[in-house]
Write a protein that binds this ligand. Structure first.
Ligand code: WT7
Length: 635
């Protein structure tokens, strides 16, 4: 009998060794005993990192929503599955039992069917953090449709490119969204996006803000009356283990966003198993992850992981600063949260406001507190440990990626001793490697290199939607027979890992993964801009902020640079979203380039960080003379 729940360090090492020595036998045992299958697999794992092809539990038949919902009906049908905490503390929280959530998902699934959605169709979900978001995601999975959730902070053109890339025929959205004091007009953003997407034939609209919206006849439908009429039972579509479950877009260092494709069985097994262990979830706990469901953290650790374990999961519509900076702590007290999972950028923003916002809140129910999304600095780690965990609830610093589906490096609380700023040890089944510049694996401890993964794990993305070649090139071509993460990391004297940050052109701003290329493309659309380069620089709240070097066209006319800066940020907001706005803009006459014309972002990064002590050998550049000029005019 396999143990789903690891309880001490010796057991971790024992289980880890077993999972590495015989991964197939290990994952088979986990899958066998803890999930509901319509048919068991013929083969646990087929893999080849060259093609690359990865299949887990081939031949198995299941529906993930039967594991998230149906299976709990008898044992915990009246237990709360989902708590919705609205933006305004004056609006009542909503509790959905497993039975109620089951009915809502079935109704939504029937509505989707009645609108012609079939197994394998792509459904774009562009919703704020309201219950209908979770319900829509599960409804898609119920009928075998592939959900593509687009974060509701993205702009019209960002939605349009995602809809077109995966050819979604239907969009689920709302009239608007509440965020702190703001009311955002989501529907008109969708309307604008759809001007470019003629293949979208239906838009289903949730009523949330009650603001007036434009209805396009024949295309737009209010969801409420459809749901009211819908039948509360919907037989699950029986899926193959490797049938697609969802697409989730993530930025790359070059080109358009990548639609990472996740499949059914492996994703389910891994997210459920990691959730249970990394949050040490117990039956009566109330778990809250503050991420947005528009990111992988929300998919895996608000919806699928918790619900597969029969947990009570909280979703929060609002922001940490509204009505004031005590909101998170108020929510923890109100719902007696046991596990709290957030991002370093939120921790830093809250720490800046001082401890007086925490002082009158009872946080004693917390057992485990987590962080994810970017490296956490020492100061923020200690603030979190002292004030939120109160040195009792251990911090789990969890490293993973949209591509990995589930958490790959993390302490197991009460099992792995924590160490500030360290994600500590690989999770069960995860075989890490640190690589040097020559592409050789660094053996032993106290080494620093690039992080790669040597063996498949069940929840890894299987391809990039519509572009398998790019999947291979991005992740499997840097090191032979390994998955390359794009991150740097070090391993300390006891084998603990610390993630040092991206080694490519991806910049993490407030936990949002932003590629330089799409931002530069947006800036370059400004008629006065000839060329641009974006780098990250350290920012004490956001982790990194964006610094843009911009070369203007020589038009002879003199323009107010302040206006230009606003206009550039306006274009970025329109094309990507406000999260990608530049904090600093420097107008320059040249950008350092290699002889092959590649912009040397490493040099620009150093200058933006105001560290010009070691720029390396710049004599090999195409245009070394521009470097001093850039240094002299740094903002
Ligand atoms: C990148 C993936 C996976 C959660 C949301 C982000 C960075 C993630 C950590 C951590 C240091 C982290 C990495 C990674 N990252 N977690 N605990 N410590 N860095 O998902 O948008 O796909 O971004 O986020 O750089 O590669 P994502």
């Amino acid at each position: 009998m396999s143990n789903f729940h690891i309880k001490h360090l010796e057991e971790y090492f024992q289980v880890y060794r077993k999972s590495v020595r015989n991964p197939e036998a290990f994952w088979e045992e986990i899958a066998e005993e803890h999930f509901l299958w319509r048919k068991k697999w013929d083969k646990v794992l087929t893999w080849d990192f060259n093609t690359p092809e990865i299949k887990w539990f081939e031949g198995a038949k299941l529906n993930i929503t039967e594991n998230c919902l149906d299976r709990h009906m008898l044992s915990r049908g009246n237990k709360t599955a989902l708590i919705f905490e609205p933006n305004s503390p004056d609006e009542k929280a909503q509790h959905f039992s497993y039975k109620q959530l089951y009915e809502k998902v079935c109704k939504m699934a029937n509505v989707l069917k009645s609108q012609g959605v079939k197994k394998g169709d792509r459904v774009c979900v562009y919703l704020p953090m309201i219950p209908e978001l979770t319900i829509s995601v599960l409804a898609c999975a119920r009928i075998g449709a592939i959900h593509s959730v687009v974060f509701a902070g993205f702009s019209a053109s960002a939605i349009a490119s995602r809809i077109k890339d995966s050819d979604c025929k239907i969009v689920i959205t709302s009239d608007g969204s509440f965020r702190g004091k703001k009311v955002i007009d989501l529907k008109s953003i969708v309307d604008q996006a759809l001007e470019e997407c003629p293949n979208v034939s239906k838009v289903l609209v949730v009523k949330r803000t009650h603001q007036p919206i434009e209805i396009t006849k024949g295309r737009d439908l209010w969801l409420e009356p459809l749901l009211k009429e819908a039948y509360p039972e919907c037989a699950p579509e029986i899926m193959d283990a490797e049938d697609p479950l969802f697409i989730l877009y993530t930025s790359g260092s070059t080109g358009s966003p990548k639609g990472m494709l996740h499949t059914t069985a492996g994703y389910m097994v891994y997210t459920a198993y990691t959730f249970k262990n990394i949050f040490q979830y117990k039956e009566t706990d109330v778990y809250w992850c503050t991420a947005d469901i528009g990111w992988i953290t929300g998919h895996s650790y608000i919806i699928y992981g918790p619900l597969c374990n029969g947990a009570t999961t909280v979703m929060f519509e609002g922001v940490p600063s509204y009505p004031d900076f005590s909101r998170f702590w108020q929510i923890i007290e109100k719902h007696k949260i046991s596990q709290f999972y957030t991002a370093p950028t939120a921790i830093r923003a809250l720490a800046k406001e001082g401890v007086n916002f925490l002082e009158n809140c009872n946080l004693s129910t917390l057992k485990v507190i987590g962080t994810v999304g970017e490296p956490i600095n020492e100061e923020a780690w200690h603030w979190y440990d002292d004030n939120v965990g109160q040195n009792k609830a251990p911090i789990v610093d969890t490293w993973f990626q949209t591509e990995t589906g589930g958490i790959m490096i993390s302490p197991i609380p009460f099992v792995t001793p924590t160490k500030p700023t360290y994600a500590t040890l690989p999770f069960i089944g995860v075989q890490l490697a640190l690589m040097d510049h020559q592409g050789e694996e660094l053996k032993g401890n106290q080494v620093n290199g690039r992080l790669a993964i040597k063996f498949p794990w069940p929840s890894m993305a299987r391809t990039i939607w519509g572009n398998h070649k790019r999947y291979k090139e991005t992740y499997f071509s840097t090191y032979k027979n390994m998955y390359f993460t794009g991150d740097g990391a070090l391993r300390d004297e006891v084998g603990y890992y610390r993630i040092t940050g991206r080694v490519d052109d991806v910049i993490i701003v407030s936990g949002h993964n932003l590629g330089t290329a799409p931002i530069e493309d947006a800036i370059n659309e400004h008629p006065a801009v000839a060329e641009s380069a974006i780098v990250g620089f350290p920012h004490n709240i956001k982790g990194n902020a964006l610094y843009g070097y911009v070369i203007l066209k020589d038009t002879g006319e003199s323009r107010r640079q302040d206006n230009l800066k606003n206009e550039i940020n306006q274009i970025i907001t329109e094309q990507i979203g406000p999260i990608a706005k530049l904090d600093k803009i420097q107008f320059t006459s040249g950008l350092p380039k290699t002889r092959s014309g590649k912009i040397m972002r490493r040099i620009l990064r150093k200058i933006a960080e105001k560290d010009t002590s070691n720029l390396g050998d710049i004599s090999t550049l195409l245009n070394p003379e521009c470097v001093q000029d850039i240094i002299d005019n740094v903002v």
